[in-house]
Design a protein around this ligand. Structure first.
Ligand code: ATP
Length: 513
């Protein structure tokens, strides 16, 4: 193959949305077999550019060249036919269909296939790239990592020549990320180009040989990440006026070192919780005992699919417990209380799936704020107090740097990281007695991660009990006072972070102790 012909070139691409220039005269070139990073803060315009390249969003201006020829993309199916595949931050799979059926849906009507032969082909491909997918399992039973591998497999099936990955490692465990990177390197060495966006800068450095950096929709730099440091990459993203050097980056990522302190009274308690999953492939919770004290952040680590979803559902009230005493808030049994009552009693909740469960995506930020914060004096005698609601929502956006802070815009129009900041802000601002948060900084950029960590530390220091469930060990170690792991529906012991190590937690996550 002629290495001089670029796989993809975009020239002077611009795209605006009401009140925002998402991309401004963006130029980008990707060569065959290159793993190219697209970097920028939340809202910098990365997803917009990726969606333009995938034919999902029409640019207002600019040109796209595919293997040297100018193209006019008007749909993802046209992009897929050319060899462009995309894996979104929020997966685009049908949950009730199997892996094979999901791939079958994307085949052209002209293609001859039957499910059995297709399954065999997919299995062979899956083995060749070490993707490890069980073809006959319904998608809703797959873990996050498995769903992502299925999306990649679907692209490989279509002989993708440019694979676009929008924050693929945001909710993967370190082990899953390692596996993903090995697969990506193999795909790239076979000649497929990869466009990769991530807020995890050390990963970008490890994987990518070229990077384009966006700030407020414009290309501000291009570099080889392997010749940079995470600090210098962060500085390019944030801008030299604000971003400092290594020290500045370290303060962003390191969180607050915990001092050991005496524990306050227990605020959230789970007693011998045994619960069958409602999902036939789900994980049964077995004899869960857990205590979170006032003024404490407790972290639960674990590989996705080990009972985190079931535990979150039981704690939030989505699923009721067989006995009320299985969950206590202070001294009050709440195991039989629904979501609304638990919220009234002071429990706030940030779910795993932000678009499906965290917000109603076509509701405005204002309406989404009201959905969980109505008891904060925002409703009186059945009437919404609009002035208060507007001020409340605006305060969340300002305090958590949600951009654009336009409160009557639909939640779906926010970038992924900004939506996460909004959901975290909405829950933290209610000063809950207990905050349960799954993946609190999913897809959030380095500086916003630091602000969310700071906000979590502040509510803890003001007496809240915080329970975090995350696969991100760096985050758990940066924030938590005590940490444990979940494996096959059972909890490990919990230890102060100062008395354990990543190795030990990693062993607990793998059920080795
Ligand atoms: N459908 C839409 N309607 C209105 N505004 C939009 C829409 N999609 C994106 N935007 C805006 O365009 C800007 C760029 O968003 P984009 O999702 O491309 O950012 P990003 O760099 O991918 O951010 P993140 O890292 O948070 O995913 C943001 O200000 C966002 O609010």
């Amino acid at each position: 193959m002629n290495q001089l012909v670029s796989r993809l070139q975009v020239r002077n691409i611009s795209k605006s949305y009401p009140g925002c220039l998402a991309n401004q005269q963006v130029n980008l070139t990707i060569l065959p077999g290159e793993i190219h990073a697209l970097l920028g803060e939340n809202g910098a315009g990365k997803s917009t550019l990726m969606k333009i390249i995938y034919g999902l969003v029409r640019p207002d201006a600019g040109e796209i060249f595919w293997e040297g020829k100018q193209i006019n993309l008007h749909s993802p199916s046209q992009a897929r036919n050319l060899g462009i595949g995309m894996v979104f931050q929020h997966f685009s799979l049908f949950d009730t269909l199997t892996a094979t059926e999901n791939i079958a849906l994307t085949l052209s009507p002209k293609e001859k296939w039957n499910l059995l032969r297709l399954s065999q082909k997919i299995r062979t491909l899956s083995e060749a790239y070490g993707l490890n997918i069980e073809c006959d399992r319904p998608v809703h039973t797959l873990s996050v990592g498995e769903k992502q591998r299925l999306e990649i497999l679907r692209c490989l099936y279509h002989k993708t020549k440019l694979l676009i990955l929008d924050e693929p490692t945001a909710v993967l465990t370190p082990q899953e990320t390692e596996k993903l990177f090995a697969t990506l390197q193999q795909i790239a060495s076979d000649g497929c180009s990869i466009l990769f966006s991530s807020h995890k800068l050390p990963e970008v450095q490890f994987l990518c040989s070229n990077a384009t950096i966006l700030r407020q929709g414009q290309v501000v730099a291009q570099c080889n990440p392997q010749q940079e440091t995470p600090a210098s990459l962060a500085k390019l993203m944030i801008g030299s006026e604000q971003g400092g050097g290594e020290e500045f980056y370290q303060t962003l990522i390191s969180g607050k070192q915990q001092k050991e302190k005496p524990l306050g009274p227990v605020c959230l308690q789970v007693n011998n919780l045994c619960l069958k999953s409602q999902n036939p492939y789900g994980m049964m919770l077995q004899h869960i005992d857990l205590q979170v004290h006032i003024g404490e952040i407790v972290g639960i680590a674990g590989v996705a699919g080990n009972g985190q979803t079931e535990l979150l559902a039981a704690l939030s009230g989505e699923i009721l417990c067989p006995q009320p005493e299985m969950i206590l808030l202070g001294e009050m049994p709440i195991g039989d209380c629904g979501v609304a009552k638990r919220r009234r009693l002071g429990l706030a909740y940030v779910p795993e799936e932000r678009l499906q469960k965290g917000v109603v995506s076509n509701f405005s930020l204002l309406e989404n704020a009201l959905l969980t914060a109505h008891s904060q004096g925002l409703v009186s005698r059945g009437r919404i107090r609009f002035r208060k609601l507007k001020a409340w929502t605006q305060r969340i956006c300002d305090a958590f740097n949600v951009s654009p802070a336009v409160i009557d815009m639909p939640a779906a129009s926010l970038s992924g990281g900004n939506l996460q900041k909004f959901i975290m802000g909405r829950e933290i601002s209610q000063n809950p007695a207990v905050l349960i948060a799954a993946h609190p900084t999913w897809g959030v950029d380095v500086s916003a991660t630091a602000s969310i960590h700071q906000a979590l530390i502040e509510i803890r220091d003001h007496g809240a009990a915080v329970l975090m469930i995350s696969e991100d060990l760096d985050e758990l170690f940066a924030l938590c006072d005590r940490i444990g792991a979940i494996y096959k529906g059972q909890l490990s012991a919990f230890k102060p972070v100062t008395q354990t190590s990543r190795d030990e937690i990693g062993r607990w996550m793998a059920g080795l102790e």
